[in-house]
Design a protein around this ligand. Structure first.
Ligand code: NAP
Ligand code: F7E
Length: 328
């Protein structure tokens, strides 16, 4: 009989790639989406008609529906990807960010522990938890030093996973994922903001791109590679925490240059900095050591920095060309 996977946040970047991956592996996938005022299932349009995909309404804030879904679905694997995932926005809506990430994870964990304790659980932890700790590269033993309400919430949820694993013998693992991007990345994260703007500037649809701190450095990988690591964690005999990263770091400026050079655009002509886009507390450098994942999970990132930047730009160019045709 095929296994059932429950995915919170299926309409997000990672949820959509993970659903593609698990459906290809023959899983029955129960995807949880929240009610929004306009349709938000663009990222899963390609699998919408798959008979092994079941979509249910859910909200991280809704304890009784969390309980009911766990009871009805009886999942073998639970992937908790839903979150208010924007670091900058978490400074504006800290209470909501903590409420959904901390209490949302707590609700899921309690339903899991009581109703399906033999299932396996994946938690979307984040490299943001290392915050302003200057030690690089960061590995599983690096001290956490969160620098935003988002990161503080993720640290708490991360600790809850470990606590439930030890206290109740649950197979609950956290993936400490460094930034991962794709053509499905949300449009307000810096990589996608750059590739989308470059495509629009190239086609004459936009003139200026406003950015914040260009000196921040990130370890950027490809989301399609990273969802395989999530699944691999749940296939191990023992639950554990793993860093998932490329082992390379680049500044925002380098990403900008890579995209603008590829597009044949001048940064001086089109890019300006806007102080409003700087963060109250910045994370200066993230660089992960994926050695444990390589050794134990036999996982390797496949897509490199340059290929990722070009892939995202080409995808945005195609999308913006379609848009331009539609308004002509
Ligand atoms: P994303 O694109 O922002 O997706 C987040 C998902 O959570 C969306 O499906 C969103 O629904 C859903 N969601 C938000 N608030 C919710 C609520 N109150 N109730 C139910 N669902 C809610 O994020 P992502 O990049 O795929 O990241 C997936 C997870 O990994 C997140 O937990 C993120 O914090 C974490 N993470 C991401 C990265 C990264 O670089 N991408 C790195 C480390 C960790 P809508 O579609 O309706 O908005
Ligand atoms: O910012 C700088 C900004 O918003 C990256 C989330 O998926 O990864 C993501 O969080 C850097 C920061 O991602 C702009 O100051 C400059 O230093 O793309 P970002 P993030 O904050 O690293 C982690 C691992 C997660 O867990 C999160 O869920 O880019 N930056 N100018 C800018 N950032 C944005 N968004 N917009 C700018 O204009």
């Amino acid at each position: 009989m095929s296994k059932t996977a429950l995915i919170t946040g299926i309409t997000g970047q990672d949820g959509s790639y993970l659903a593609d991956f698990l459906l290809r592996k023959g899983y029955r996938v129960v995807g949880l989406k929240r009610r929004t005022s306009s349709i938000c299932t663009d990222r899963i349009n390609n699998i919408y008609d798959n008979e092994n995909l079941i979509l249910k309404y859910y909200d991280l804030d809704d304890a009784s529906s969390t309980w009911n879904i766990m009871l009805e679905t009886q999942p073998d694997e639970i992937y908790n990807l839903a979150a208010q995932s924007h670091v900058r926005v978490s400074f504006d809506i800290p209470e909501y960010t903590l409420q959904t990430i901390v209490m949302g994870t707590m609700r899921l964990l309690n339903a899991y522990k009581t109703l399906v304790p033999d299932a396996r659980f994946y938690q979307a932890s984040s490299s943001e938890m290392f915050g302003d700790n200057p030690q690089v590269p960061q590995d599983e033993s690096t001290a956490l030093s969160p620098a935003s309400p988002y990161a503080c919430a993720k640290v708490c949820a991360h600790n809850l996973i470990r606590n439930y694993r030890v206290a109740y013998g649950l197979h609950a693992s956290s993936g400490i994922l460094f930034n991962h991007e794709s053509p499905r990345r949300g449009e307000t994260f810096v990589t996608r903001k750059i590739t989308q703007a470059a495509a629009r500037i190239k086609l004459g649809l936009q003139d200026k791109l406003y950015l914040g701190n260009l000196d921040a450095q990130r370890d950027w990988g490809f989301a399609g590679d990273y969802v395989e690591a999530m699944w691999l964690m749940l296939q191990q005999d023992k639950a554990d925490d793993y860093i998932i990263a490329t082992g390379e770091t680049h500044s925002v400026r380098e990403f900008l240059e890579e995209v603008f050079n590829h597009a044949g655009l001048s940064i001086d002509d089109h890019v300006e900095t806007d102080p409003r886009l700087f963060r109250p507390h910045e994370v200066p450098v993230l660089l992960g050591s994926p050695e444990k994942a390589k050794k134990v999970l036999k996982w390797e990132p496949k897509i490199k920095f340059q290929q990722l930047a070009h892939m995202m730009y080409e995808s945005d160019l195609e999308e913006q060309e379609k848009f331009k045709r539609s308004i002509q």
